[in-house]
Every structure is written in C-alpha cells, then in structure tokens.
Design a protein around this ligand. Structure first.
Ligand SMILES: [Zn+2]
Length: 502
C-alpha cells in the first residue's frame, strides 16, 4: 500500500520547463499520492513525519509514458529477426492462436508490467488484444495491472475485416486452399465486442489506476459500421481513441485502393466516420503524406512514434521533422514485445532524436529535452491525463522515476537530459513511484514477487510455445506467397517514400 506521506529527500528534480541539464536539488513531499511540495518542505505542526527516501543527488524525473504497447505477444520476445510487417503479424496476432487461459493472460500482463517498471515507465498504454474479447479476460488484465501498481490505459483493440480483403495482392498470391489457414481456421465465437466495451466501460473502480480507450485496430481493418459504433462508444464514455495508422508501405497502398472516395487517404476516411479529433491518437504514421500531416495537426490528433518496431518490420522512418513542424503532439511507444523487443523508453527516446536526421539534415529539433517531453508530457496528453501526470509539479499525481547518477554513463555529470536520452539504457533506474506508491525501491520490485513469477512462467510458457510452433509451421507454408505479394506491392506507386535509398 502507498504511504500517505512520502518525502523524497535531496534529489535533483528535473523540470523540463526550466533547466533540463542541471536540475536543482529539491525535496519532494508526496501526500496521498499527490505532489504536495517541491523544494523547501515545511514541517507541518501535528502531522506525522513522512516516510523518507534519501536520494542524495540522484535524478528525480517524471515517470515515463510508454504510449504504445501490446501485452499479448510478450512470450514471443526474441523469436524473430527483422521481417516484413505483414508476415510478422501472422505469427504474432492473437487471432492466429487458440484462445489463451486466464492464468497465461495474468502472467504475461504481470511480466510486461514488471519490465515497464524496471525501465522507469509509470504509465503504459496497452492496446490490448484478447481473442475472443470478453469482459472476464479484460478484468484479468486489469487486475494484473492493479496488482503491479502500474498506471495503464487499456485500449480494447478490435477489427472485423479479413487481411485477405485489406492487404494488397494476398487474394491473388495465396493459393485458395491455403487462404482459410491464414489465421489458423474459422473465427472462435465470442460476444459482440461493442457490447463487451459497453459493459467494461460502465464499471467504476475509483481505487484503480487502469483507464480505458476505444481501439479500432486500423481504419482498413474495421468495417465502416464497426468504426461508427466505436466512434459512438468513445463519445458516450468520453474516452480516448487509439488506432494504428500507416505502419507499412503496403498500408499506404491499401489506402489508395480502398479509400478512393476519400482521396485515397485513411485520414480523410477517419474524418468521414467521425473519429478525427483531439481524442484520437494514431500509432506509427510512418506513411502519412504532407497533406495528411497538416490535416491531423489541424484536428489536434496525437501520434505515437514506434521507431524500434518500424525498423524491425522494415517500414522505413516516420516523417518526424514534418510532424514536429506541423505542431503535432508526438509521444513515444515501445510497441509489441516481438517486434521491438524491449519495453525500453530510453531506446525510443534516443532513436527519436537521431532518426529525425533522416528526414532533415539541418540542425534542429528534437533534442534530448524534446525527447524527454515526448516520453512524459506528450504521452500524458494521449492518455488524457496531461493535468495529472507527465511533469513534477505541485498538485500533480506522484509518478516518479529515480535514476542513479553513480552509474558510469553519468560520470562526469554534464547534462541530465542528454545523458538520460543518449546514455541511459535502463540500468540506472533504481526507484519507481506510481501515484505515490513505491513500486520499485533500490531495484527491488515491491508489488510483484519476481522469483514466484518466474516459477509460474516456467510452468505456463511451454504450452504457449507448443502453440507458437504450430503457428510458425503454418506461416512457413504461407511465407513465399506473402513475399510475392510484397514484391507486387513494391511495384506500385504510393506517392511518397519513407526509405533512405533503394
Ligand atoms: Zn501496435
């Protein structure tokens, strides 16, 4: 349980609105999960002395927001080398697997949560894919996040279109007898996903740090009636909407072909179905064109960049500088465990600053402080929590990551922002606080017994691996046809390029 009064003593408290390089030493008083004072903390007459953590010069930074993540394929980390997105997805999507047990879902959620906490992440936006989607298994996931103490926004991801109808050339290249095996067989019957959302979103649990989002998988993977229903659910419950958009070149081609009535644009189509607006956050956006960038900027849409998974699935580099120039709120995500493969926001921040050079060789943003803003404030905005998390200010919730500057990457200490973004890998994260609760202290997770978790994982993972091997054997037969479709996609013009040279 969280201590009602917690004092973080003698740390260097990062304020990105002041000096991001040389944070001032200040105490931080947390009362009932809220930052009550920063700086000179007054002795309160009659108040019980707070529990004190002595930080002796360590860096005290806002907890990081991992703004795009999927907990469903965490047991597939390390299973793949870089491959074509559409082929990787066949191996990793829940729809390709038999339904999973409650216990497996609980353990995989906990494992991901522990990895996030160890990396200084205090909020994760899990675009949760359950197959089939049931309120009971959503509750299993929610309970796991509650137990770990991680703040989570769960986007319930749905789609109702077959990839045969959305990925260009799959109908033509995949032999008819193999087409029914694409996802392993006919769909498993489950409740109506919109009814599940209505049930889940109506529940109230004020003690929980879990919040909800509506998640159409991608504009082309949902029928128009489904998208319109999701837009309606999001409006009624006043929830953020998280969708994928334009990860691969193939998806840009899909837009040109499927949405001819909407200028060949998924963005124009999203506008037509009532989803374009400040509540919408789009993951990836690698193949957005200039006109679309301006449209989403004008609509107040946020984008979550996932450079690590984009590179692993061979999608090129998102137009970072044009998106920044347009004023889009850019957050950072670590994405799936099997195409990233680590929940490491430091890797994401470093790539964010370095990959901007691909789209523009001149000096300019983003710099290290911009990367920290993207991984904190910008992510908080995509969660709709910009007034509560993302910065260390009086009145905000106490989501805090402590970094040990005794680590060699901080010796000598020249700049907090630059040494975190360019040097840190996660090794120096020592203590993590979420909503005032210490979830990791001196590198020991306080909320989950990690040794017991490993024992439980050892028991459950072999069953998952056996299913995964069956999926891999099935997709190996499909692979030549997928790659043939990919070749044909390459021959088509989509009007933009996101690769350096070919
Ligand atoms: Zn994703």
């Amino acid at each position: 349980m969280s201590s009602p009064r917690l004092l973080l003593k003698g740390g260097r408290v990062l304020d990105l609105d002041r000096d991001p390089h040389h944070p001032a030493v200040a105490d931080v008083l947390i009362v009932d999960g809220r930052i009550a004072a920063i700086g000179a903390v007054p002795d309160e007459v009659g108040a019980a002395p707070p529990e004190t953590i002595d930080l002796g010069g360590k860096l005290v930074v806002p907890g990081f927001v991992n703004a795009h993540y999927h907990s469903h394929d965490i047991f597939l980390k390390g299973c793949f080398d870089p491959s074509v997105l559409e082929f990787w997805a066949l191996n990793a999507l829940p729809r390709a697997y038999p339904p999973r047990s409650d216990e497996e879902i609980r353990l995989r959620t906990l494992l991901g949560a522990v990895e996030c906490i160890r990396g200084g992440i205090t909020t994760v936006q899990d675009m949760l894919t359950l197959y089939p989607l049931t309120a009971e298994q959503v509750d299993v996931v929610k309970s796991a996040y509650d137990a770990a103490g991680l703040r989570a926004i769960l986007g319930l991801q749905v789609g109702d279109m077959s990839p045969l109808d959305t990925v260009p050339y799959w109908r033509e290249t995949i032999p008819p007898e193999l087409q029914p095996t694409l996802m392993g067989g006919p769909p498993v019957a489950g409740p109506d996903p919109v009814a599940v959302m209505n049930e889940v979103f109506a529940r109230r649990d004020p003690a929980s740090l879990v919040r909800w989002a509506v998640s159409p998988s991608s504009p082309e993977r949902c029928s128009r009636p489904l998208l319109e229903k999701l837009a309606d659910v999001a409006r009624r419950f006043d929830l953020p909407v998280y969708a994928h958009i334009y990860i691969s070149r193939a998806e840009a081609l899909t837009a040109r072909r499927m949405f001819g009535d909407f200028n060949g644009s998924m963005i124009d189509y999203l506008d037509a179905v009532g989803l374009l607006g400040p509540k919408l956050t789009l993951a990836h956006g690698v193949w957005l064109d200039r006109r679309e960038i301006d449209r989403i900027a004008a609509a107040g849409v946020s984008v979550v960049l996932n450079m690590l998974s984009n590179l692993k699935t061979k999608n090129g580099v998102a137009p970072i500088r044009p998106m920044l120039a347009a004023g889009i709120n850019l957050a950072l995500g670590c994405d799936n465990c099997s195409c990233s493969d680590a929940q490491n926001i430091f890797q994401a921040m470093k790539l964010y600053t370095f990959l901007a050079a691909v789209s523009d060789p001149t000096e300019g943003p983003p710099d290290a402080a911009d990367a920290l803003r993207a991984a904190t404030m910008a992510g908080a905005r995509t969660a709709g929590l910009q007034d509560r998390i993302g910065a260390l200010r009086i009145g905000m919730r106490a989501d805090i990551t402590v970094i040990d500057t005794d680590d060699p990457v901080y010796q000598p200490f020249n700049s907090a922002a630059r040494q975190i973004v360019y040097g840190e890998g996660g090794r120096a994260v020592t203590t993590v606080i979420v909503d005032g609760r210490v979830v990791m202290r001196d590198r020991v997770i306080q909320t989950v017994d990690e040794a017991a978790l490993r024992t439980e994982l050892a028991r459950i993972v072999p069953g998952f691996r056996a299913d995964a091997d069956k999926v891999f054997a099935r997709t190996a037969r499909l692979r030549p046809y997928i790659l043939e479709a990919d070749k044909r996609i390459w021959r088509e013009d989509v009007g933009i390029d996101r690769y350096l040279s070919r």
